[in-house]
Ligand binder design. Structure first.
Ligand SMILES: [Zn+2]
Ligand SMILES: [Zn+2]
Length: 199
């Protein structure tokens, strides 16, 4: 599937995008590089000072941060507002489009960390859903806990909806092969993720 990058305006295949992102990988990497360049002093300090981290605004990340302080630190120092969301900046997302960090020798996803520390109780079995459908966002108000069961139900509903649409599309194709509603890059079924949210 081809989609248009919202940053550079180029038409590119799906594989050139991180999951659920509207800017292409190239633009996201360019944004990360620009951030690193603009914060070079901080970055070199961070890399040489090991766990004692400071930022360009002089705020020091203590040697040991509680989970809660870490969540607050990310919100304060690693986000920028974008269309009502607070998008993570200065980092590259993982292949699923989520941002992670290391804490106590484990990799944790930032949106789960933020939810668990600043929004509410989060059992390991439950998932955190982005109400804004933007996986780069860690604004606490855009995060919602869903049980695995709710998430599966939502996914099944979405898949049933998609199946119905493709059924209707083939019927339309049979009647009117040139119809303008056919063959667009998007069939209007909403978020592109057909899998359950794994976050
Ligand atoms: Zn682009
Ligand atoms: Zn958001």
């Amino acid at each position: 599937m081809i989609k248009t990058c919202t940053k550079c305006g180029t038409d590119k295949p799906d594989t050139d995008y991180y999951a659920n992102r509207n800017a292409c990988k190239e633009c996201i990497k360019a944004k990360a590089s620009a951030w690193y360049a603009a914060n070079a002093a901080y970055v070199s300090q961070r890399d040489t000072m090991s766990r004692r981290v400071s930022t360009t605004d002089g705020v020091h990340r203590p040697r040991t941060l509680t989970r809660r302080k870490l969540a607050e630190w990310f919100l304060e120092h690693r986000t920028e507002p974008v269309n009502g969301c607070l998008e993570v900046t200065g980092m590259e997302p993982g292949s699923h489009g989520y941002y992670s960090t290391r804490f106590e020798r484990k990799t944790i996803r930032l949106h789960r960390l933020i939810f668990a520390e600043l929004v509410g109780h989060l059992p390991d079995t439950d998932q955190v859903h982005h109400t804004c459908a933007n996986r780069a966002c860690i604004r606490p108000g855009h995060l919602q806990r869903v049980t695995q069961r709710e998430n599966m139900a939502e996914m099944q509903e979405r898949n049933a909806y998609r199946a119905r649409i493709s059924e209707l599309e083939s019927a339309l194709r049979a009647l009117s092969p040139e119809h303008t509603l056919l063959g667009g890059p998007s069939n209007g079924t909403g978020p592109r993720d057909s899998e359950a949210h794994t976050g």
